[in-house]
Design a protein. Structure first.
Length: 617
């Protein structure tokens, strides 16, 4: 018997419906970013089932209907209508219906049911409705809609197995019968939605805990204070929680270098393994715990329901910079990586606001900068506490993040007053309920982030480390016999092509305190910002291995504080990621805007570094 072709099911729902949590619960680690031809908004793709019982899930962006207001909603609309050139029309739709916001979700469902595609409904947030004293009649909802309805609690895994079976066992489900005529207007759709919800879903009184928390977290003054405290603890945690794990990885890399040095007798091969591979890539991998903790905290704040409240608090200040509240989402996402941040700017319907947001996103401090910050802060900023509670180093890190964010908003303000002058569009946001995040969902996110980081370390940084090792080993120095190994290696590096390249460009950076080694690191970080750490690790690999100290210790002893502060100031502003510039070109349709962004950020980076270095010396 020939196996039937694998079906494709689109996961669709309104924003904050629990769609992504349910997608993670269904697919687990069997998911990836969808790389479709001609698709710039990259949905997640996952698989459910095995063998003949196997389907592909595509997690499409959230939408409120088939009349798109942004690029994200346009992708969903085009795919479901079957007019997208890069993604085929799905065989079925898994519609995620948030029962705590049934009217809006059912209104959107009325559009979905008119597409002529089989639909299965996953009713989410049923636990939230019941916790507030309400009732969800899923059997009644199934009969009223004429669709299979499976109640689920995605973050707890309840109902996920039943939903998986429903998806796998309905290969030939018929398209639903539309409850409304195709030309029904928005009022008719909401009237139908309220009627269905009134028959099948009874909302309870508002949860007293939710009201109490919102009274505090959304208070004009108290909410701002809580936000600042949360951010302070956020940056404190990145340093304090990560330190033991970082030390363990650092020690592990050191042991590998010692083992390789003892096992390899050939001088050149030993240098390649110890300095080129372990010294370059190993010095970057040590920062994996901090990046994971950063993403863990962001994901936790998002899934527990606080992040949207924080967006509301921050939105009050966004108008001062000419931006609307929707801009907060791309800017916040850029703290993980500017690339998805720039891509998510498609949710902004106004072209001028979208362009101003895109130009500001590179100034948000992405996680690739974190290894650079962590290395230099630990090397040049004395450890200690302020008020006996907050770490000095953590406060410096928070200050760097704040400096980048404020400068990005100021750039957006200037652009909105000049090139992108226009009115601010009102910002509407639906707050999700407070809930404890799913451990499974957090784990899936962490594994994905770790894979992304390790792939970068194993490809871009590895390739650059090998290239840099070759440049540091050529031409071979004429070292006198009997010269100590440490001195011989230092002579080799000082006379290498890498040193010559660094010295040729170093005069440009001399006014801001960069020597040829730092200059080489800055050049290398155009491939990936964290490559700076790999360059430092490789150049100082002999110092580390011979003196039995860490790279931080070596830089602490050899790098002037003024230079360390100057480098930190430079990385706050500099746009040193080729991938980011390529995405900006793709999103804006021209190299004009990436070139302008590079010029603006380089001028800010160089000027701030010069000011910091001058004041520090």
């Amino acid at each position: 018997m020939q196996p039937r072709p694998e079906r494709t099911v689109a996961v669709v729902g309104t924003p904050n419906s629990g769609k992504s949590t349910l997608f993670n619960a269904l697919t687990g680690l069997r998911q990836r970013v969808g790389n479709f031809h001609g698709v710039t908004v990259e949905p997640m793709v996952g698989h459910v089932g095995d063998g003949d019982r196997r389907i592909t899930l595509i997690d499409l962006p959230g939408t409120y209907g088939m009349t798109p207001t942004g690029e994200d909603e346009r992708l969903t609309s085009d795919v479901l209508r079957g007019v997208h050139a890069g993604i085929a029309r799905p065989d079925a739709i898994l519609y995620v219906l948030n029962t705590s916001s049934a009217d809006a979700c059912l209104q959107t469902l009325s559009h979905i049911m008119q597409l002529g595609i089989p639909v299965i409904v996953a009713a989410t947030m049923v636990d939230e409705v019941k916790a507030g004293g309400g009732v969800v009649d899923d059997i009644g909802l199934m009969h009223t809609l004429g669709l299979t309805v499976v109640p689920v609690v995605g973050h707890k895994g309840l109902g996920v197995g039943e939903l998986r079976e429903a998806l796998l066992d309905q290969p030939a489900a018929k398209p639903p019968v539309s409850p409304l005529p195709a030309e029904a207007d928005i009022d008719q759709r909401y009237a139908w939605a309220r009627s269905v919800a009134g028959q099948t879903i009874r909302q309870g009184s508002r949860d007293r805990r939710t009201k109490m928390l919102d009274d505090i977290l959304l208070h004009p003054i108290g909410g701002g204070v809580v936000f600042l405290v949360v951010m302070a603890l956020f940056f404190q945690s990145i340093f304090t929680w990560a330190t033991p794990l970082m030390d363990a990885i650092d020690a592990g890399v050191g042991l590998l270098q010692e083992a390789a040095a003892g096992a390899i007798t050939h001088d050149l091969l030993r240098s390649f393994v110890c300095n080129g591979l372990l010294g370059g890539v190993g010095s970057v991998i040590v920062f994996l715990p901090q990046i994971l903790i950063l993403n863990l905290l962001v994901t936790f704040l998002e899934e527990c329901g606080y992040l949207s409240r924080a967006a509301f608090i921050v939105d009050r200040a966004m108008g001062l910079f000419g931006l609307q509240g929707r801009s907060f989402i791309p800017l916040l996402g850029s703290f993980a990586c500017a690339i998805p941040g720039i891509m998510s700017a498609r949710i902004i319907p106004s072209y001028k606001d979208r362009m101003a947001t895109i130009m500001a996103t590179p100034l948000m401090t992405c996680s690739a900068r974190l290894p650079v910050y962590a290395l230099l802060i630990s090397a040049v900023i004395p450890s200690g506490t302020i008020l006996g509670v907050f770490s000095t180093q953590a406060l410096v890190l928070a200050g760097l993040y704040a400096a980048g964010a404020i400068s990005g908003l100021l750039v957006a303000l200037v652009l909105k007053r000049t090139l992108f002058r226009g009115a601010v569009v009102p910002f509407l946001m639906e707050f999700p309920p407070y809930r404890l995040p799913s451990v499974r969902s957090l784990a899936v996110t962490m594994v994905g982030r770790a894979k992304d980081f390790l792939i970068t370390a194993g490809t871009v940084i590895l390739a650059f480390s090998v290239a840099l090792w070759i440049l540091t080993e050529l031409p071979r120095a004429d070292v006198a016999q009997g010269t100590p190994a440490l001195q011989a290696q230092q002579q080799q590096i000082e006379g290498s092509y890498a040193a010559n390249l660094g010295r040729a460009i170093q005069p440009i950076f001399a006014p801001i305190g960069f020597d040829w080694k730092v200059t080489l690191g800055v050049l290398g970080s155009f491939a990936a910002r964290e490559t700076f750490v790999g360059v430092m690790g490789q150049i100082h690999a002999t110092d580390v291995s011979e003196s039995d100290t860490t790279l931080r210790d070596v830089l602490h002893a050899s790098m002037p504080i003024a230079t360390g502060l100057s480098i930190l100031a430079f990385y706050v502003f500099a746009l040193q990621c080729i991938s980011t510039m390529a995405i900006m070109k793709r999103e804006t349709g021209s190299w004009r805007w990436p070139a302008m962004a590079f010029a603006i950020t380089f001028a800010l980076a160089y000027g701030s570094s010069w000011l910091v270095y001058t004041l520090a010396t």
